[in-house]
Ligand binder design. Structure first.
Ligand code: HEC
Ligand code: HEC
Length: 334
């Protein structure tokens, strides 16, 4: 291939990659009926409250609708794609009008268990979080008043809001419907859960079992990726995103506390096979890269979390740890 054709091809593929897509809704029709999954511990108290199916399905329609973006090209699902574990396959996913999100879009599974949302915890409830991307200039770039105007001008949405809430669209109802949908997105019941919670030894292969042991022992992963959702929901500095010893503010942008510089929220380890690339800036492309990153002691910087030190792992340990992480993504019925 001559160099000119190669350059044209590269330029073209770059343009294609930057276009937002609006993926199809591939969830089972009544997905919430599957209930709280095995292995995820206790559900949050509101899980067992009244099930407002019309609110969940309204939130679902909104989630897949590009009407909520300024140029009608980007839906929530463009960055939180069902087939990508409700995360984005792009490090910094494209937003409306040729913009790009400033961070990687995290998986939306099991957010009902989180108290603070976003990589820096800027939102203290799901309701608060779900409307942020609509007016965010790098994401959907549509002022909330305009989003509500569009919904009020749409007879079908007015009908659905009225049947779910008694009357038409308001900001609170928009937030409630979107969060009602996100709240029901769960993932667990993996072979690891069968092994740990149901004592089914045959659920994991020998390699996966050895990987679980690395996670629990000299890998020290459990120190932060703890509990049934494999996250402490706390903020730690692992040096991701640090260039020339300059950490991004991270959690400090929210709290103003210098001790929070470069700290980001620990993400879940569930569903990783689908949700690559990893970390708040999408800088690690594979689970092998993630394990190599921890093995060398994460990224050195003045506020690195003291739990992150070079790990004494063999190549075989590293492979087994990856096998364990992959097992956390399978459903036990697969
Ligand atoms: C252009 C891409 C993009 C679009 C569109 C988008 N998001 Fe996000 N989403 C992100 C990014 C990036 C983050 C992380 C934000 C941060 O840390 O500052 C995020 C975070 C979230 C979180 C918090 C997850 C967590 O782990 O804390 C939720 C919930 C969420 N988005 C829901 C939605 C909903 C609902 C919509 C549609 C109204 C939406 N998103 C549209 C990119 C997007
Ligand atoms: C000191 C706490 C801490 C320890 C120990 C730790 N992690 Fe993390 N982990 C984090 C934080 C915080 C992030 C997000 C970092 C960021 O993006 O800035 C993260 C991100 C990840 C991600 C990316 C997930 C995603 O969706 O992007 C994976 C995978 C991961 N860790 C695996 C591991 C493994 C495997 C170990 C053990 C070898 C481990 N972690 C040890 C805190 C920790």
């Amino acid at each position: 291939m001559d160099i000119v054709r190669l350059m044209v091809l590269l330029a073209f593929s770059g343009t294609v990659a930057a276009q937002p897509v609006v993926p199809k809704d591939t969830l089972p029709e009544r997905f919430w009926e599957a209930g709280w999954p095995f292995g995820l511990g206790d559900p949050p108290p509101s899980w067992g409250g009244p099930l407002h199916v019309d609110r969940i399905t309204l939130g679902r329609a909104l989630f897949f609708d590009p009407l909520l973006s300024i140029d009608r090209t980007v839906a929530c699902a463009s960055c939180h794609q069902p087939q990508a574990g409700f995360a984005s396959p792009q490090a910094l996913p494209p937003g409306a009008a040729g913009k790009r999100a400033l961070r990687n879009a995290p998986s939306l599974y099991n957010r009902s268990l989180g108290a603070l949302h976003s990589w820096d915890g800027k939102a203290s409830s799901l309701q608060e979080q779900v409307v942020l991307p609509i007016s965010n200039p790098n994401e959907m770039d549509l002022p909330l008043a305009d989003a509500l105007g569009r919904l009020r001008a749409d007879a079908e949405y007015v009908k659905r809001f009225t049947s779910a809430y008694g009357s038409g669209p308001t900001e609170d109802r928009l937030a409630d419907a979107l969060s009602a949908f996100v709240f029901r997105l769960t993932l667990a019941d993996s072979p690891v859960d069968r092994f740990q919670a149901a004592h089914d030894r045959a659920a994991l292969t020998v390699e996966e079992r050895k990987g679980l042991w690395i996670y629990e022992s000299k890998g020290r992963c459990w120190a932060c990726h703890s509990g049934p959702n494999f996250t402490d929901e706390e903020f730690h500095n692992s040096g991701i995103g640090i260039v020339d010893n300059k950490p991004e503010p991270g959690r400090m942008a929210v709290t103003g506390d210098v001790a929070d510089r470069g700290r980001f929220r620990t993400p879940t380890l569930r569903g990783l096979v689908q949700s690559a690339p990893y970390m708040h800036n999408g800088s690690l492309k594979s689970l092998q890269e993630v394990v190599a990153f921890y093995r060398r002691g994460a990224n050195k910087n003045p506020s690195l979390d003291p739990r992150l030190k070079p790990l004494d792992l063999t190549d075989e340990d590293a492979r087994n740890l990856v096998a364990f992480l992959r097992a956390l993504s399978r459903r036990s019925r697969d």
